[in-house]
Design a binder for this molecule. Structure first.
Ligand code: GAP
Length: 493
């Protein structure tokens, strides 16, 4: 008999974080030097899981859409790129410090958290009004008004418990460094804070060389960097992270149709990769970024609340127009169908690979209390979709003798080119099953004495622990059926 264990939200998240470290998913960067805040490294299973997510995204965006092609642009770009994009002037977060605790907070997050608390108390209208008021103040650059609103709302520092706040100040989030050997202003370059600009500046190169016609899209996966002042919640907000972005170039005034289509397609993708519909929702932006005329987030219910995983933005012609102005190079497209030159409008889908990873880890982490007669114990496993699980199957000989390891290795060699499988013979079979549960391996293949007689093995299923006997010749087809991302792609077509 098994039942879901009651876990409070915070302790659940603490368990996910320690599980990630303990079982080789995510480590703190340079941990031997006490780490670097908001920078993380992926371990053996974490890097496999992240790669699987990225591969499925890449295929879904490019191969399943005949008019979306991929690129891989550099992290460094000409510094004028960031002047044109508006990041030098307006890629800021409004920050406020508590004078007693000396802790720094994002002023907008303090107010959003307050609005969420009001919503939880059943005062949704009050919460909504608060967010709208904040958005209006930020739009008007009224930072004093934002500070007053924080005080009016009775928001105190969680550390000191006081409302002894400094004024609100804007902090630019871009990291800069010097290129070449001479350090002066002209050699300052930025680490890109979004991958999108590498796509915008290459828009005509890609259009011409891939012979695409508007509407078409360009997809990219790559690192982005932000000097997040308040780094919180593990890999949710990092200073170095990875984005998976797609810019879709459309004829002006047709952008809303594409925006809605991509918004729905992206929600469908998250569900196809295994996130239940009730754990996802859309959240419309009240305060639009400087480049957008419509924006929505796809949010997931993390153990610490509903938070953004992906942004869908209608970016108008803001970026291409700005690059045309700053570079003095034409960013126009000649549309033969309407016999016109124009700067295309852009719909963007932008998901963080690390945040996606965290969402799947939180969703997959499962604790079951298993009772057997008088005894009860907790079984922990990661219920990952088999297509994204780091290891698809573990081949486990029952003992280290009687030729079972040789038979196990034979099966391992047969499967390893097609699937990420591992072979393990140390410790009891029960302990080995547990180890695979902890990293989310959907199948364990046990090799026993009968295998030597009739070439059958026992497959043990991770989620149910049920076992079944199958012939070795069936293994490849069984793994392909369960683990192939094709099942995901079929749901998207
Ligand atoms: N090009 C648009 C853009 O960058 P964004 O909403 O700032 O939009 C898109 O970022 C996505 O990138 C977010 O939904 C999130 O998944 C991810 N992301 C942003 N900042 C991040 C950070 N500091 N750490 C981890 N992921 C981040």
């Amino acid at each position: 008999m098994a039942k879901q264990q009651d876990t409070s939200e915070n302790s659940l998240f603490a368990k996910v974080i320690s599980h990630a470290k303990e079982y080789g998913f995510v480590y703190q960067s340079s941990e031997i030097y006490d780490g670097l805040q908001a920078v993380y490294d992926y371990g053996p299973w974490g890097s496999e899981l992240k790669k699987n997510l990225k591969d499925i995204w890449w295929t879904a965006m490019t191969r399943l859409n005949h008019n979306v092609v991929g690129i891989d642009a550099s992290i460094f770009m000409h510094p004028t790129t960031w002047k044109a994009s508006g990041h030098v002037d307006s890629f800021n977060d409004p920050m406020i410090d508590n004078k007693d605790s000396k802790k720094r907070y994002r002023a907008d997050v303090l107010l959003e958290d307050k609005a969420a608390a009001l919503e939880k108390e059943g005062k949704a209208d009050e919460g909504k009004a608060l967010v709208e008021k904040m958005a209006a103040l930020l739009d008007a650059d009224d930072l004093e008004g934002v500070r007053n609103l924080i005080i009016e709302q009775g928001i105190v520092c969680p550390e000191s418990g006081t409302d002894n706040w400094t004024e609100v100040r804007q902090f630019n989030l871009m990291f800069s460094t010097q290129i070449g050997s001479v350090a002066d202003d002209s050699s300052t370059v930025y680490l890109r804070p979004e991958t999108a600009q590498g796509i915008f500046v290459n828009f005509l190169n890609v259009q011409k060389t891939s012979r695409q016609k508007v509407p078409f899209g360009i997809a990219q996966i790559g690192k982005a960097f932000r000097n997040e002042i308040v780094a919180r919640q593990f890999i949710f907000r990092m200073r170095e992270f990875e984005q998976m972005e797609m810019q879709y170039f459309v004829r002006p005034n047709t952008e809303m149709e594409s925006y809605e289509r991509w918004r729905d397609a992206r929600m469908k993708w998250h569900q196809a990769v295994g996130i239940p519909a009730e754990k996802l929702r859309f959240h419309k932006h009240e305060k639009l970024a400087h480049y957008a005329n419509a924006a929505e987030d796809i949010e997931f219910e993390f153990p610490f609340g509903w938070k953004e995983v992906e942004g869908i933005h209608s970016r108008t012609d803001f970026d291409l127009k700005a690059h045309q102005e700053f570079s003095k190079k034409k960013m126009q497209y000649f549309d033969p169908e309407v016999n016109q030159n124009y700067i295309p409008y852009v719909v963007e889908t932008s998901v963080g690979a690390d945040r996606l990873f965290l969402m799947h880890l939180c969703e997959a982490y499962t604790e079951l209390t298993v009772t057997d007669g008088e005894k009860s114990k907790t079984r922990v496993f990661l219920k990952l979709h088999p297509a994204i699980a780091p290891v698809k199957a573990a081949i486990l000989p029952l003992t280290k003798k009687d030729g079972l390891p040789d038979k196990g290795m034979e099966i391992f060699r047969k499967l390893r080119a097609k699937f990420n499988v591992i072979y393990e013979e140390q410790q009891s079979i029960g302990k080995r099953y547990t180890r695979q549960d902890l990293i989310g391996t959907p199948f364990c293949i046990a090799v026993d004495h009968d295998t030597l007689e009739d070439n059958t093995v026992t497959i043990r299923h991770r989620d149910t622990t049920e076992q079944e006997r199958v012939h070795i010749d069936e293994l490849e087809a069984r793994l392909a059926e369960a683990c192939s991302p094709e099942r995901i792609y079929e749901q998207l077509l």
